[in-house]
Design a protein. Structure first.
Length: 367
């Protein structure tokens, strides 16, 4: 049983069973790395939440302007990015520590040493995000998959309070305390997950229903996991290429970078924030374009909605007949709906010799 590589993509140990691929003589050094990671990962995760709760710069990284005045979705994105970056650095550090063990004990390692080291690092990632060592959480357990990641999201928006002693006397109360099953996501989390959803401060804390909350949590934590996996795979591929071109000695040199006696590097630089050029409320009567908010007429909102949906679908150019039919003005012109609007020519682009598109077509200027 070992990690496998499928079309250049590293895959973790089957059932995350790292013990099954670890020789008994290697268990002790592996356990040392695992304990080291668990402590550092917990410190990283909790420090970000604590700093945000106490209105301090997360991890001591000062921003100008300060994060305390960020819009809530952007503040969440920034802090999630810090956790992501710090976790990636921790895992890379541990990956090379596992690699150091592998290249020094090739006779005790099953298969390729890089693949083996990746499998152990991936098992650490799943331990950090899932809590349970089981490959799939108990179907009767509340909370959903990637439980620790879900709880982190909940704690970011709503730090847990001291429990009522009476609450803990019932199974339902205990489960609510541990898993926070009754938590409902604020609307701003929806805005973070889907840039098309525009959310202003007045609606940031509107609570969503349970089904939408669970869907959002699934989306956010799954994307977080995939993002960390991709970074870890990049590191493993680089090490694997070094083996192919320079042999095992290259691995030995790379593995020397993992010194567990030194502090593990965390997120010391700022993660980049997404620059959302365009966002819209559900009915497209209010949009945000390049940082400015615009109130649209009924016809403008219909046109922008069609063009935005076409942009998302990957076919951005829409013919004038389609747009005019949608606003029931087949004999008019599209630009008449945007008379005196700054969006014409900036957001709404018409095909022609200047723009390079086909005459009679329109699209949104989103790059």
């Amino acid at each position: 049983m070992s990690t496998v590589v499928q079309q250049g993509v590293f895959v973790g140990f089957p059932n995350r069973n790292w013990q099954a691929v670890t020789h008994s003589q290697l268990l002790q050094p592996i356990e040392i790395i695992r304990e080291h990671f668990a402590k550092k990962a917990e410190d990283l995760r909790k420090t970000i939440l604590k700093d945000v709760g106490e209105r301090r710069p997360p991890l001591g990284i000062s921003l100008h302007p300060p994060i305390s005045i960020f819009p809530l979705p952007q503040k969440f994105e920034y802090c999630l990015g810090l956790w992501h970056k710090g976790l990636v650095e921790l895992l890379k550090h541990c990956f090379y520590a596992f690699l150091q063990i592998a290249v020094g004990n090739l006779s005790l390692v099953i298969g390729d040493p890089v693949v083996w080291a990746y499998g152990h690092a991936h098992a650490l990632l799943m331990q950090e995000l899932e809590i349970s060592d089981k490959p799939e959480p108990d179907k009767f357990r509340p909370g959903g998959k990637l439980l620790r990641a879900r709880l982190w999201v909940k704690a970011f928006f709503d730090p847990p309070n001291d429990p009522d002693p009476e609450m803990l006397k019932s199974i339902e109360g205990f489960e609510e305390r541990v898993f926070r099953t009754n938590w409902r996501a604020p609307r701003c989390l929806w805005s973070f997950a889907d840039p098309r959803i525009l959310c202003d401060e007045a609606r940031d804390w509107e609570r969503l229903d349970q089904e939408t909350t669970e869907q959002l949590l699934d989306d956010v934590v799954s994307r977080f996991l995939r993002g960390v996996e991709l970074r870890l795979q990049e590191e493993a591929r680089a090490a694997s290429i070094g083996t192919a071109t320079q042999g095992i000695p290259a691995l030995a040199n790379a593995a020397k970078s993992a010194d567990l006696s030194q502090p593990v590097p965390a997120a010391t630089t700022r993660p980049k924030l997404r620059q959302l050029a365009f966002r819209a409320l559900d009915d497209y009567r209010t949009i945000c374009f390049k940082g400015k908010t615009y109130q649209l007429t009924k016809n403008q909102s219909v046109i922008v909605k069609i063009l935005h949906e076409a942009h998302i679908a990957g076919t951005p150019a829409v013919g004038k007949d389609t747009l005019l039919k949608a606003i029931e003005a087949e004999t008019s012109r599209v630009r008449y709906s945007f008379k005196n609007s700054r969006l014409w020519g900036s957001l709404i682009v018409a095909g022609g010799s200047r723009s390079g598109g086909r005459r009679g077509t329109y699209w949104l200027n989103l790059k």
